[in-house]
Ligand binder design. Structure first.
Ligand SMILES: C[S@@+](CC[C@H](N)C(=O)[O-])C[C@H]1O[C@@H](n2cnc3c(N)ncnc32)[C@H](O)[C@@H]1O
Length: 476
């Protein structure tokens, strides 16, 4: 039984995962190098009478296996709810690795060795650990001194060089610029009422969804040319202002500020993906129970506060998503990317590929001139992206398909209905023939007018490149 375990692993799980007290002798045997006295001195353990010790912090193994290989670390944070013993968590609680942490990890386009990266709101330091895999130089900031200390411990435990600074958003990095900025922001929309607790780990203390607005307008100044900022956010979908208008307005504000600051030399590409849309009541319930188990009266009062706050601003739903910003030099052939998409179908682990493919697709369309003149596609020789398959549905016994779909297997359910001509064109995209040659051949084969076929197919080819289903060789 785990509760009785005296082997080193069992003792460590009892201590750090379950939060149980264990005999100091057993803890000493499980930590033979550190020893109990030093662990107590470091604030990792505390003595709790009758020769027992208990953990003061959470220490969790954390591992990943993906295209970059295999990595594993130890992440240090405050004790989780289970080990904390129920009740309401302290407001300065420093969170361990959660689902939002993993969502951001899976969306971040990895930096390359030597680049400068910034982890805003570092908390336990988990984003920095993931960034460290490709060997960049790392800076982390957090408004909380306690969280900053945890980020330092996590980095030290894993031998990761991390320059941790305490300050709000970009306050601790004035004038500094980075190739990557990542932030699992404290984005929870929380009513500003004295009796509703404000947890630093999930709430930046700003009104409504203002933390996303602030991040959007302040991040571009801290990006190097070609640099990406990627962060999670919640935003309000209001009766008089749908989320696309609301977030879209912030995007235009951020882009205008960058243009002004650089005299038009740099532009901002923006891609906002809304992954979920939550009903206000369910949103309030979820966040009330997230901080532990409040008493019934307290919970009801907080619930009312949340609903009143949403009602005051006409909030009909709360969106959750990923914002990707890229700063780059202005180029007349490549207008700034502006996408605000509802996209719920990306499979776990594929976000970074989908986002990177979309950015690369936009660049390659600009490079060949197809963002300003569709005919520029005629001389290109696209290839089909890995993971794209064709799905046909046939009436039983019939030789010709009723429907043909191109399916991007990275995005569950993301299908493009393809006409016979488009399916034929995509099928011929092997990098040898140009789009113009394929269209001419299809016009003959299908006895169609070549100019009319071209007019129908070129927008579809552009969209497939923009979505990363077709790739223009040499792009980047
Ligand atoms: C949701 S936690 C994310 C922790 C960690 N990066 C992760 O991905 O799991 C948000 C972090 O932001 C910090 N934070 C809150 N307000 C902040 C602010 N204004 N500026 C910077 N960090 C802030 C909190 O202390 C907390 O550590």
């Amino acid at each position: 039984m785990l509760a009785e375990a005296v082997d080193p692993v069992g003792v460590l799980v009892r201590l750090f995962t379950l939060g149980d007290p264990v005999p100091a002798v057993a803890a000493g045997a499980a930590l033979p190098t550190l020893g109990v006295d030093r662990a107590v001195g470091l604030g990792l353990l505390q003595r709790c009478g009758s020769g027992q010790v208990r953990a003061c912090v959470d220490l969790q193994p954390h591992a990943v296996v993906d295209d970059l290989g295999e990595s594993s670390w130890w992440v240090c944070s405050d004790l989780g709810e289970l080990a904390h013993g129920g009740g309401v968590l302290p407001t300065e609680h420093v969170l361990g690795v959660g689902t939002a942490s993993t969502t951001l990890v899976e969306a971040v386009v990895p930096p390359v060795a030597g680049q400068r990266c910034l982890d805003v709101g570092a908390g336990s330091g988990v984003q920095s650990l993931h960034l460290s895999r490709t060997g960049p130089r790392l800076v982390a900031t957090d408004v909380s001194g306690r969280a900053s200390a945890f980020a330092r411990v996590t980095a030290a435990l894993n031998g990761v060089a991390l320059d941790v600074r305490t300050g709000s958003l970009f306050d601790a990095v004035p004038g500094e610029r980075f190739d990557r900025v990542v932030a699992n922001l404290p984005f929870v929309v929380t009513p500003r009422r004295a009796d509703v607790p404000t947890y630093t780990y999930r709430d930046a203390g700003l009104a409504g969804d203002d933390v996303v607005h602030r991040m959007l307008v302040s991040a571009p100044a801290h990006l190097r040319s070609g640099g990406l900022a990627q962060f999670l956010g919640n935003w309000e979908d209001r009766a008089d202002e749908p989320w696309t208008d609301r977030v879209g307005g912030w995007v235009e504000e951020a882009a205008a500020a960058l243009a002004e600051a650089t005299d038009g030399a740099d532009v901002l590409d923006v891609w906002v993906v809304q992954r979920e849309l939550a009903d206000p009541a369910l949103y309030a319930e979820a966040w009330i129970s997230d901080g532990g188990r409040p008493g019934r009266e307290e919970a009801e009062s907080w619930y009312r506060a949340w609903l009143d706050d949403f009602a005051d601003r006409g909030v009909e739903a709360v969106g959750f998503g990923i914002v990707t910003l890229r700063r780059r030099p202005a180029d007349p052939a490549t207008p700034p990317l502006r996408r605000l998409d509802d996209e719920r179908a990306v499979i776990p682990g594929a976000w970074r590929d989908v986002l990177a493919a979309g950015l690369t697709g936009h660049d390659s369309l600009g490079r060949v001139g197809a963002l300003t003149d569709l005919d520029a596609l005629l001389d290109t020789r696209p290839v089909l992206a890995a993971g794209v398959v064709e799905r046909r549905e046939l009436d039983p016994g019939q030789p010709d398909p009723r429907t043909v779909h191109l399916v991007d297997t990275r995005r569950r359910g993301r299908v493009v209905e393809a006409s016979t001509a488009l399916a034929g064109l995509v099928g011929a995209c092997d990098g040898e023939l140009s789009v113009g040659q394929v269209v001419a051949a299809l016009a003959t084969l299908l006895e169609d007018d070549e100019a009319a076929l071209r007019a129908r197919l070129l927008p579809a080819v552009r969209d497939l490149v923009a979505e990363g289903l077709l790739v223009l060789p040499g792009q980047g």
